[in-house]
Design a protein around this ligand. Structure first.
Ligand code: DGY
Length: 326
C-alpha cells in the first residue's frame, strides 16, 4: 500500500526553466503547465484545488473570487516585479502570502528601456521597415531624421529601482539632463547618484524631450497619460512605456502620434495585451515590442529562481525573501 505524499502541493502556471521545475519537484508535488498558454480563471481555479502554493508569471489574476474557491492556497509567488495581477488586500485578508521578483531584473529592464527610447528617438523600426520594403533608393539629407539623445532632457515618471537605472544611464552615459516625478522624492544622495532633479508632473510633461514611464500599475495609475497629458508634451518629444499597459490611454496615444502632437512612442506594454490597439498597429512613428524588457536568459532564470526560492523558503520556515503583503 502506498502512503499519500505529505509534500506541499504546488502549481506552476506556465512553462518555465526545467532546472527550476526540477528543484521544485525535489521539495514539492508539482503540477505544471508545460505550455505558454494562459489558463482561463476557471481552469486556474480548477487546477488550484488542493494546492498549497502557486508560481505565477504575472498574467494570471489572483482575485478575491479565486482565493475563495481555493481555501487551501497559502502562497502565490510571482515571477515578475510587478504584481498588479494580485489582489493583495484580498490575499492578506485570506492569509495568503504574496511574493514578487524585484532587483534581479533591474539593470536588464533599464537597459531595454533605454534601448527602446533610443530606437524610438532615432526611428529605427520605421527606417528598417522602409529598407525591408525595398523603398530605399537614394541618400537624402533629411531621410529619417530623429532627435538626439545626448544632451537632451530625459523625463522619468516613476523613480523606483528601474527608473533610477534609466536615469543613471542617461546622466552618466549620455550627458542628459534628467528630471523625474514620483509619489515621493528621492533622498539627496540618490538624486545625486542619478543626476536627477525632482519636478512636478506638469513640468515633467512640458520639459521632457524623452519621457520614460516606469510607474507600477494600480487603479490610481490607470491612464496616467491620456489626451490631456499628451497635450502638455512637446511636439518633438518621445514617450516610452516599459511599465504596464493601462498606464497610457492607447487610443489617445495613437491619436497624438498620428496628429503629430508628439513625435514618436516606444511601447513594450499594452492595454489588454497581447492584443494591441489596432490604431497603434497602423501609425508609423511607434516602436512596438511584446513585453520583453526583462527578457534575457540570465535575468529570466534569476526571476524564476527567486520565485522558486520564495516557495522553498516559505514551506521550510514560514519566511519569504520578497513579500508584497504589507
Ligand atoms: C515584471 O517583472 O513586472 C515585468 O513586466 C516582466 O514581466
Amino acid at each position: 500500500m502506498t502512503t499519500p505524499s505529505t509534500k506541499p502541493r504546488i502549481l506552476v502556471s506556465r512553462a518555465i526553466f526545467p532546472e527550476v521545475i526540477a528543484q521544485l519537484e525535489a521539495a514539492f508535488e508539482v503540477e505544471h503547465n508545460q505550455t505558454d498558454a494562459v489558463w482561463s480563471p476557471q481552469e486556474l481555479a480548477a487546477r488550484l484545488q488542493g494546492k498549497d502554493g502557486v508560481l505565477t508569471t504575472g498574467g494570471e489574476r489572483i482575485s478575491a473570487e479565486l482565493l475563495q474557491a481555493c481555501p487551501q492556497l497559502k502562497i502565490c509567488a510571482n515571477m515578475a516585479v510587478g504584481f498588479n495581477n494580485f489582489d493583495v488586500p484580498a490575499m492578506t485578508a485570506s492569509g495568503v502570502q504574496g511574493t514578487n521578483a524585484p532587483d534581479v531584473l533591474t539593470e536588464t529592464t533599464a537597459d531595454f528601456g533605454f534601448a527602446l527610447m533610443m530606437a524610438t528617438a532615432r526611428r529605427m523600426a520605421e527606417s528598417e521597415h522602409f529598407l525591408r520594403a525595398g523603398l530605399w533608393k537614394r541618400w537624402s539629407y533629411d531621410m529619417f531624421c530623429g532627435s538626439d539623445i545626448h544632451g537632451a532632457t530625459l523625463g522619468i515618471l516613476g523613480m523606483g529601482r528601474i527608473g533610477q537605472g534609466i536615469a543613471r544611464r542617461g546622466f552618466h552615459g549620455f550627458g542628459m539632463k534628467v528630471i523625474y516625478h514620483n509619489r515621493s522624492r528621492l533622498d539627496a544622495g540618490l538624486e545625486a547618484a542619478c543626476g536627477a532633479q525632482y519636478v512636478d508632473k506638469a513640468t515633467l510633461l512640458a520639459q521632457a524631450d524623452h519621457l520614460v514611464l516606469v510607474v507600477p500599475y494600480s487603479a490610481e495609475s490607470h491612464h496616467t497619460i491620456g489626451a490631456a497629458e499628451l497635450a502638455l508634451m512637446k511636439p518633438t518629444a518621445t514617450l516610452t512605456n516599459i511599465a504596464r499597459g493601462g498606464i497610457v490611454d492607447d487610443a489617445a496615444l495613437a491619436h497624438a502620434l498620428r496628429s503629430g502632437q508628439i513625435a514618436a512612442a516606444g511601447l513594450d506594454v499594452f492595454e489588454g495585451e497581447p492584443q494591441v490597439h489596432p490604431d497603434l498597429l497602423t501609425v508609423p512613428n511607434v516602436v512596438l515590442t511584446p513585453h520583453i524588457a526583462s527578457a534575457t536568459l540570465s535575468t529570466r532564470r534569476a526571476m524564476a529562481q527567486l520565485a522558486a526560492d520564495n516557495l522553498l523558503r516559505f514551506f521550510a520556515s514560514g519566511e519569504v525573501l520578497t513579500p508584497v503583503n504589507t
